[in-house]
Write a protein that binds this ligand. Sequence first.
Ligand code: ADP
Length: 642
Amino acid sequence: MSQTSTVETHAFQAETRQVLQLMIHSLYSNKEIFLRELISNASDALDRLRFAAIQDDAVNEDAGDLRIEIEIDEEAGTLTVRDNGIGMNRDHVMDNIGTIAKSGTKAFLDRLSGDQKTDAQLIGQFGVGFYSAFIVADKVTLLSRRVGDSAEEGVRWESDGGGEYSIEATDRESHGTEVILHLKEAEKEFLSKWAIRSLISRYSDHIGFPIRMPKEDEEGEEKGTGWEEVNQASALWSLPKSEISDEEYQSFYKYLTHDLDDAQCWAHNKVEGSQSYTTLLYVPKTAPMDLMLQRDERTGLRLYVNRVFIMDAAQALLPHYLRFIRGVVDSNDLPLNISRELLQENELVGKIRSAVIRRSLDLIGKLAKDDAEQYAKFWQQFGAVIKEGVAEDFANRERIAPLLRFASTRDEGGEASVDLASYKERMPQGQDAIYYITAENHQAASHSPHLEVFRKNGIEVLLMSDRVDEWMMAYFTEFDGTPFKSVAKGDIELGALKSAGKKDAEKEDGDKAEESAESLDAALLEKVRESLGERVSEVRSSQRLTESASCLVLGEQEMALHLQRLLEQAGQSVPGSRPVLELNAGHPLVEMLQSEEEAGRFKDLSLVLYEQALLSEGGSLTDPAAFVRRVNALVLRQAETT
Ligand code: ADP
């Protein structure tokens, strides 16, 4: 006993301290969020107690009358948030309150820009919860006792938000947690009952537990005798839609997600019948910073059974590509004690999951239809994630495909604004494929020599430069009956299309390349191939090129070169595929090759043509210095002859 009753002082981790300081600074203009964060922690603690009570009769006895209390002491200058939830023991407090144990804290700090607005958003997503108390308090005292522990096992934690905190054992009458904020001199506005009440109704009206404050003393009554509830305490999703305002939906979203920003849109549905369940799904405006990480720690879809919070069930209810969806699912027909494992196998859960996917896709589809501008913003944030769905979710591919947006040769600005249906509508007669190119970045895609003949003939090509694109296209063979075709792979047979889509102004100078397209003779091509050895599988005359001298082409089934390079860099072995080198018969360098008789120079020129093609593909040369020597020799020779 003597050991635990002494006060111990600990230093915060360096990173915790840094986050604290930054947060106080960046979130100052949103300072009132501290109340929402503390109430949200209290309500989580109540949720967890209720869940524990289902499994443990001993806990069950302590799980009655769950509530949150808020008290103001004007004289002491304190604001207290108290819950009778699951509580914490000493170890819990040390682990949860004394440190920011979250992975990625360092990465998070590195991303801060110094701009208050964007930093505040990042911090909101990071969920600094409890620490937000220090925005308004210069000292915070936390008292807690874990449910099931004895009265002497209470803990008292205190800090001024500087470098240290103290922790000691204390007696506590009952389980639960109490957070006492000693408000800063400048933040005494939060000692006003009226101010606190209005914050509660703004942020926490529809959390599922009562929040109460001491009743105003009425005449004749003994002082401080009663409490009154100050929130609705009705779980928002259980109300009829018609009774919920947009503001209420938004504030509930913020309570759920800790997002400082509003949600982009939401869908609220009740299914009644032999099995009934309710879903309330939100699409956020901004992507959390770790959205693209592949680790499977999805949170954000809370599963309730009859309004009792069971667990975060995003894993079971959302596919990976919808991991940004947030919300609540409540079912009356699932067993209260359902485990994580059983969740995966439960038939009703499977049904709910399908419904959640369909509703989410419909919600996104509706946004696309109703508001192109907002949808463009959405796409910028979440497009790359949605694309994963094409590969992952075959059953819903037809729902996903219309959501996709791409950059195209039609708009050189690089905006991903083209949808597949409009692309199809614009296709000239005779075009029987949706053409696309994938590359490392937008520049590389839009400058690729593979596009030349398409540009010349006014045929639109989708420009894809997201990392997932090449992978997605491996699964995406057709849209609405029209196949996809990479302009960098296989044969390009434009045939009749050559003049069909062509703009009149370009007709004339296009002819030159067409005429000479087939004119390189087989012996020459073979000689080039020999000069290049193992680098290429074949050398042929190009149908694609009108301006560049050469390009590299892959087989239909082969992985794009930029992706091959990426995998190689990541240390993976790539099935060795050799590209085809195509030469533009109309290009002066190729003409020069035809008349070159000296063997060494022929070989050098062949190599330069190959190396150029590789470079314009975004590739790197194994011997760049040799390339420079060869090009210099060429330039100098040219200078001599003129
Ligand atoms: P977050 O809520 O995002 O996890 P916080 O800093 O707000 O971050 O809280 C850290 C942890 O401290 C919580 O996950 C929870 O385990 C614990 N905690 C905070 N407040 C309470 C409370 N009122 N009752 C029980 N545990 C709490």
